[in-house]
Design a protein around this ligand. Sequence first.
Ligand code: AVJ
Length: 340
Amino acid sequence: MNEPILFPPSIGQSPSRDGFLSEAVAGLSKPQKTLPCKFFYDEQGSRLFNEICELEEYYPTRTENQILRDNINEITGLIGWGCRLVEFGSGASTKTRHLLTHLPSMSGYFPIDISGPQLFQSAAQLARDFPNLEINPLEADYGEVLELPNTKRKPRRTVAFFPGSTIGNFEPVEAIAFLRNIAFHCGSDGGLLIGVDRKKETRILESAYNDRKGVTARFNLNILARANGELGADFDLSAFCHRAPYNETQGRIEMHLVSKRAQIVRFDSQEFSFEQGEYITTEYSYKYTLPGFAGLALRAGFELVRSWEDRNHLFSVLFLRVRGPQSLFERDFGGFRCSA
Ligand code: AVJ
């Protein structure tokens, strides 16, 4: 049981150049132009995101880490021994390191991330630090991962880890579908440890996404640089600017790239015209109340076991468990007809 078990790295449906091309063309052809946020994370974008996490204004990372640290014994106690831990969007796996130290005799750790280089590098580092742990990184768009890999040691249960409030990138209806998929794959004794950013004053939210150093602006604009490099597009980066307003009605931060002037952008033998002030939506980041999120999770087949928050109520970490199969027959379990 002592040899480190790792690799060969599996590569799932990581969005290829073709994927980026077709999604970019589709998104920029809509009346309200969009570019999907998953394309932020090329090497440069992943670096910029890590820089965002260190910003004074960007409270989520710091706050979530503190919550995990302050409650680590209770959290790992609820997860229990012998689990297969699956992480969606693991990035540098910084938060997981702490969990892994406190989780007894795990069956395996499966980080899934869209950005290969960072994923494999941090998985290799973890393998050195946890030589008895089976680690199996998967480079994939977690929105499309339909099957979870098996571990050599039979897991007592499967627990999904989805930190960072990345669930906020999904529209609520899609979030339910995604969580339901997780519930299905985790099975009847499955658990979910998830970070959720909370609704709060607009001022705090908007400064987190409009930092003074302009790192978030560079992160947002990098998606255009990537389109230029990978798709041969001719975006003039100086002709777009970053903006991230809080849409209070919808309860979400919206990341925009605003065209400073009327212009035409070309790639794939197509033309995409912009009016002055017209913008591309690059990301939504939904914020939740605790009851609001628990209700959404319930519709996905999860019930809340316990939640933790920081003293300023900025961020929440929740532990949920898959509801029994009888929940399939209950009215609230969306998508299924109910007889009662
Ligand atoms: C990684 C998706 C959670 O929405 O806060 C940070 C991404 N975008 N600053 C977020 C992000 C702009 C982040 N998530």
